[in-house]
Design a protein around this ligand. Structure first.
Ligand SMILES: Nc1ncnc2c1ncn2[C@@H]1O[C@H](COP(=O)(O)OP(=O)(O)OP(=O)(O)O)[C@@H](O)[C@H]1O
Ligand SMILES: [Mg+2]
Length: 259
């Protein structure tokens, strides 16, 4: 069973066809790296998969359940809509932490809001909030920030902020964790600490899609690499093959830039 199946996703802005029919599927525990030159549609694809944009055509399945169908946008059940919201975690290049909240509050905020709609919330409020905090503390420790739990984003380095963003995304227990160039706003030394956390998650079989320009990292961590070019998947395969033996001229040219 595929954890995610994307079928023929198309997206245009104005007259520009940005995604021209993207299809792929991933299995639980897969780590997919998406590479490709600027403007090839990588961010747009992640945004369509995460429903920050609505694709004009195509279908998306999570665990074989249809959660998006461009042809029949209104036919999802409430349970399917909820699954759609909870299926994905997204970590952006720019961290996007809430500046007015400390690390623990950033990691727990979404869960605290969602908990309020539980039927027995007022009855068990204390226990529910204690559970949420306990899980968050464990996640913050997992990304190596136990000593920063009450710090505010402005008191943290970029690499630390990005690790908080990863803990926050994990807090909702997503089926698939997506990263859009998670290290491109960071200095090389801070890049290493974020990549280390992602590497640990990969070792723990967290399913991930990572848009990255870190070719060495993509080669090391991925189970599969997708090369996008002008809105299509131009090439895909295991990293050993894609990086050492590219079959298209476009990918050869793209990889040459990183040598
Ligand atoms: N909201 C938008 N409105 C109009 N055009 C857009 C919008 N978002 C993206 N585009 C266009 O879609 C194309 C693909 O953009 P996208 O951001 O997906 O590329 P990318 O592969 O992520 O590039 P990069 O590596 O620079 O991040 C570009 O030509 C871009 O100008
Ligand atoms: Mg992008």
């Amino acid at each position: 069973m595929s954890v995610l199946k994307v079928e023929n996703i198309k997206k245009r802005y104005g007259k520009t066809d940005v995604l021209k029919g993207i299809s792929f599927s991933i299995e639980r525990g897969d780590v997919i790296s998406i590479i490709g030159s600027s403007g090839s549609g990588k961010t747009t694809l992640l945004r369509c998969i995460n429903f920050l944009e609505t694709a004009e055509s195509g279908k998306i399945y999570v665990n074989d359940d249809l959660i998006f169908d461009a042809e029949n946008p209104c036919k999802l059940t409430p349970a399917q809509k909820r699954m759609r919201q909870l299926s994905f975690g997204l970590v952006f290049q720019s961290f996007n932490l809430f500046p007015q909240y400390n690390v623990l509050e950033n990691v727990t905020l979404a869960q605290r809001i969602m908990a309020k709609s539980l039927p027995d919330y007022s009855l068990h409020k204390k226990d529910i909030l204690a559970d949420i905090n306990e899980r968050a503390v464990a996640l913050i420790s997992r990304v190596g920030l136990s000593d920063k739990i009450v710090s505010y984003p402005w008191q943290l380095s970029g690499g630390q902020q990005q690790r908080v963003a990863i803990a926050r995304a994990l807090a909702l227990n997503p089926q698939i964790l997506c990263f859009d160039e998670p290290t491109s706003a960071l200095d090389p030394e801070l890049t290493g600490e974020v990549l280390r956390v992602i590497r640990d998650l990969a070792a723990e079989n967290i399913t991930m899609i990572i848009v990255t320009h870190e070719m060495k990292f993509a080669e090391d961590v991925s189970s599969r690499v997708i090369f996008m070019d002008e809105g299509v998947i131009a090439e895909e395969g295991p990293p050993g093959l894609v990086f050492s033996n590219p079959s298209t001229e476009r990918l050869r040219a793209f990889l040459n830039v990183f040598d």
